[in-house]
Design a protein. Sequence first.
Length: 209
Amino acid sequence: MSESIALTREDGSPVFLDTQDRHHSHNGTLFGFWLYLLSDLMIFACLFATYGVLGRAYAAGPSGADLFDLKLIAVNTAVLLLSSITYGFAMISMQRKRAGAVIAWLALTGLLGVAFLAIEVYEFAHLIHLGAGPQRSAFLSSFFALVGTHGLHVLFGVIWLVVLCVQVGKHGLTRANVRRVACLSMFWHFLDVVWIGVFTFVYLMGVLP
């Protein structure tokens, strides 16, 4: 048999919820988000495969060894990985029911995400200034598509972080907000894993002769 629990609205009136429905709603949300991540993984798999085929099609133009600044990309990689650590602290603070600390760590994660995007935009602008835009060769088209798609995901993640900070600040660590923070945690760590693949497969291998 299902069991009812009582919650309290902001005006103090009680709300009775069925624990079985609550359990199913929580699991359904997480399952749906895992399905979304799997679909996103397929998109990146296609982009990685495209780059694998076209990554050496320079069309007599510059190669990765001519264009990539590994020191800059290493700094950008460190920034994104550090943002994953700060998000971990946000999750720890959420388990301790410290809403203020959660907001602070989420805000710091968002700032690191913005720093990552700023470096990426600088890299793209520099390449285009050198005449190495996406139209220059198949190699650069696949490069901009893969790295740019990842950058768009980081941008959406930053926007989501801002929305979460507002929601947690306004409503506290409600059950819905806890679920949202957990979902964004999976998304953010997923982006880190994808970027490690980009850094290894595109940048490190790209500077090889």
